[in-house]
Design a protein around this ligand. Structure first.
Ligand SMILES: Cc1cc2nc3c(=O)[nH]c(=O)nc-3n(C[C@H](O)[C@H](O)[C@H](O)COP(=O)(O)O)c2cc1C
Ligand SMILES: CCCCC(=O)C(=O)O
Length: 372
């Protein structure tokens, strides 16, 4: 297929043309009124860049290291469920693309491929994303498998005691096609068993199986059953960042679940700095939500993130062009990030500074000071 895709967003339109309405809406939409979904993007556009000129940028190094693992760039793959809805190779194609880009991937616990299958695609730095189910033995088994199949950390998603209200899925009566399964959970639970209170099978499934009682004590419990580092994904406030540190987590992902959970929460890029401030360098802070350009990556790093994760663009690109599409998404973001660095006058990730960006709050403060 000769397609000249020149930016990440173009994959969304191409994917829409290829996928069923039910599948596309599942990937694309946020919850309720899509306020946070829009805001995740718009908040990036309100941040301005402050380039420095006449810096020798003939050599630029975008490589970094995340929790002790060297990767080629601070751009990684977020856990998104059901990649076989996008492409028959599912998460296997994603894993190959992440490895080829020499970057890190988080495998969703709701993937259509198992940890074992993903591990068998070859070497790669991979974390496993965990939901905690009512039956704790399932969680223990998943953690053991993550250890066994070489996953390097557990990413506990903490913003989903219940599924957010995704009205497109309700209208479309979202249902996973019968040939696709929650591969990591096969044999561990009755996958058919769910209350039918919602027209979305996803919501019914989550509401039947997710443990709504999950709390900070369980974060400590999770760490007590594994030697793998535990990160929490879904922190949006300084208060919770402090509690996460008290609970002993090894990393924090600032995330609003791609605006699919509580609507009207702020964009993740708008709250990153308060979390970074609360954490004060004790553990790495990452961000996901609305990353579509290399300049978004730069802005997140300038505001204190150690790296970012990309969600929807990966399944969109898979739908359009399989593994090659996912590879291209990572390559385009990397190239744009490198170009942004060059035009801003920084040569390595370490040289990115807070002074390279101007937020709305900065502008307000400057305006106030100038009136004094
Ligand atoms: C289709 C889809 C499925 C997702 N599945 C999961 C999941 O299984 N576990 C999880 O922790 N987050 C999940 N997320 C949230 C992503 O990890 C991530 O927070 C979000 O997609 C980032 O925003 P972006 O899509 O704007 O890049 C999902 C998001 C989408 C869009
Ligand atoms: C049952 C959870 C499905 C995956 C998920 O987290 C999402 O669709 O956002």
């Amino acid at each position: 297929m000769s397609l000249e895709v020149v930016n990440v967003d173009e994959y969304e339109l191409l994917a829409k043309a290829k996928m069923s309405k039910m599948a596309f809406d599942y990937f694309a939409r946020g919850s309720e009124d899509q306020v946070s979904l829009r805001e995740n993007r718009e908040a990036f556009s309100r941040i301005r860049l402050r380039p420095r000129i006449l810096v020798d940028v003939s050599n630029i190094d975008v490589a970094t290291s995340v929790m002790g693992f060297k990767i080629s760039m601070p751009i990684m793959v977020a856990p998104t469920a059901h990649h076989k809805l996008a492409h028959p190779e599912g998460e296997l194609a994603t894993a190959r693309a992440a490895s080829a880009a020499d970057t890190l991937m988080i495998l969703s616990s709701s993937a259509n491929c198992s940890m074992e299958e993903v591990a068998a695609t070859g070497p790669g730095v991979r974390f496993f994303q965990l939901y905690v189910y009512k039956d704790r033995n399932i969680t223990i088994t998943l953690v053991r498998r993550a250890e066994q199949f070489g996953f390097k950390a557990i990413v506990l998603t903490v913003d989903t005691p219940r599924l957010g209200r995704r009205e497109a899925d309700i209208k479309n009566r979202f249902k996973l096609p019968s040939h696709l399964v929650y591969k990591n959970l096969e044999g561990l639970m009755n996958l058919e068993q769910m209350d039918k209170s919602s027209h979305s099978e996803l919501a019914s499934w989550a509401d039947s199986h997710f443990d709504r009682s999950l709390n900070w004590k369980d974060v400590e419990w999770l760490q007590s059953i594994t030697h793998l580092p535990v990160l929490v994904k879904g922190i949006l406030t300084a208060e919770d960042a402090s509690l996460a540190l008290q609970a002993g987590v090894k990393g924090i992902i600032v995330s609003n679940h791609g605006a699919r959970q509580l609507d009207h929460v702020p964009a993740t890029i708008s709250v990153l700095e308060e979390v970074v401030y609360a954490v004060r360098g004790r553990v790495p802070v990452f961000l996901d939500g609305g990353i579509r350009r290399g300049s978004d990556v730069f802005k997140a790093l300038a505001l204190g993130a150690s790296g970012v994760f990309v969600g929807r663009p990966v399944p969109y690109a898979l739908a359009v062009d399989g593994e090659a599409g996912a590879t291209k998404v990572l390559q385009m973001l990397r190239d744009e990030f490198e170009l942004t660095m060059a035009l801003i006058g920084v040569r390595s990730v370490k040289e990115i500074r807070r002074q390279h960006v101007l937020t709305e709050q900065d502008s307000m403060k400057l305006a106030l000071i100038s009136k004094l």
